[in-house]
Ligand binder design. Structure first.
Ligand code: MG
Length: 390
């Protein structure tokens, strides 16, 4: 098995939303198509990959460094002992001549290609990716994955009604647990919003996300005010790399916290566990493979977790995309984020899947099943239709 071509495109993943830090009006996304020489029904197997929301496209790194390295490599160095594409070997080739640390957008670029390589591998074997991962892990794949609805935006002028309407829509879609943004208003107004949200979702079903906005003092002031609400979790209070804030939070707030979506390597994850005061029996970790060097690196991150006494069930990845859904089912994570209706066509799951009581089933088609999502398929035709017979 060998790679015959890699196509790359930059697409919009813009949404008319904003959190405490950024708006998403100009958000872009890299998409790749890795074409192989394996034929199924007379057509070459093609793996697709993209990056998650929250970071912009990594086109420059893909075009200048990573794609040329894969295409110029001896094809024999990219396959495993059975002749299949080996994403682990490909990872080493992509990272040739890259210094450690300073992960930045490089981890995004690797994540995009890593996703496509796993998609191609599972398609070649004719099974969904979660099944391939479970078989390799020597376990039975989960038959469904817990998901929660992320959103809870600000609605200037109709903040309370808008928020409640949004969460009612998520409930109609089958979600029980919902997440809302905080930190873009003052504490008093955010408390009003939280109380309004709880009237819809009920105690124990609400997460809040500050998107790394708070300094130490504000993070602790919110923690004190939030205690009374018995939240599902309090997410990313301070800067993702400020482990002192996370530690102080763990000491002051005896309910679950969550963080990790902006940590992009197993070394960063390890530092969080070493120095962030996170509690394995209580807190949640949200590393997103599509932003953090892909599944090959995710295996290393999960290994670090295990080393520090964490169950993989405490991991609920950021991003709301199907790669994390497969990893969650195949490797036994705790769940997956979901963004109903936003970050399209990249967010969300296959069209045939529905959410029931905050759990979603798994696709049955080989690979990731991205092509089964109609608007994703439309994007693929637009991006690669000239090069590929999609
Ligand atoms: Mg978040």
């Amino acid at each position: 098995m060998r790679i015959t071509a890699i196509h790359e495109s930059v697409e919009s993943i813009a949404s008319d939303i904003q959190n405490a830090y950024i708006n998403f009006s100009k958000m872009t996304c890299s998409v790749v198509a890795v074409v192989t020489d394996q034929l199924i029904d007379g057509k070459p197997v093609v793996g697709y990959g993209f990056n998650s929301n929250g970071r912009y496209n990594a086109s420059g790194i893909l075009k200048d460094r990573l794609i040329p390295r894969l295409l110029e490599a001896d094809p024999g160095r990219l396959i495993d002992g059975d002749g299949y594409l080996d994403p682990h070997r490909a990872w080493d080739i992509m990272m040739t001549n890259e210094k450690p640390g300073g992960h930045g957008e490089r981890s995004v670029a690797v994540g995009v290609l890593d996703m496509a390589l796993w998609d191609a591998l599972a398609k070649t074997q004719g099974i969904p990716l979660y099944q391939l991962l479970a078989e390799r892990a020597g376990r039975q794949a989960d038959s469904r994955v817990w998901v929660y609805a992320a959103g809870g935006y600000y609605y200037p002028g109709k903040d309370i009604v808008g928020l409640q309407d949004e969460f009612r829509q998520y409930q109609d879609l089958g979600y029980t647990v919902c997440k809302m943004k905080i930190g873009a208003a003052d504490l008093s107004h955010d408390c009003d919003r939280i109380e309004a949200a709880l009237k819809v979702v009920g105690e124990g079903n609400l997460c809040v996300d500050a998107n790394g906005r708070f300094d130490l003092k504000t993070a602790l002031a919110y923690a004190e005010a939030l205690k009374q609400y018995r939240l599902f979790w309090y997410e990313e209070a301070g800067d993702p790399l400020d482990f002192k804030i996370q530690t102080a939070l763990s000491e002051a707030y005896d309910l679950p916290t969550a963080t990790g979506e902006n940590l992009f390597s197993h070394q960063d994850a390890r530092n969080l566990l070493r120095y962030g005061g996170m509690r394995p029996e209580l807190d949640y970790l949200q590393f997103d493979c599509a932003l953090s060097y892909g599944l090959v690196e995710y295996y290393r991150t999960l290994s670090v977790l295990s080393e520090y006494g964490w169950s993989s069930r405490r991991v609920v990845p950021h991003g709301g995309h199907q790669m994390s859904l497969h990893i969650a089912a195949g490797l036994g994570l705790g769940g997956n984020e979901s963004y109903p209706g936003v970050f399209q066509p990249f967010g969300g799951f296959s069209d045939e899947l529905t959410v029931i009581d905050s759990y979603v089933g798994l696709p049955t088609s080989p690979g990731l099943g991205l092509e089964n999502k109609a608007n994703f398929r439309t994007m693929l035709v637009s991006a690669f239709g000239d090069q590929l017979r999609i």
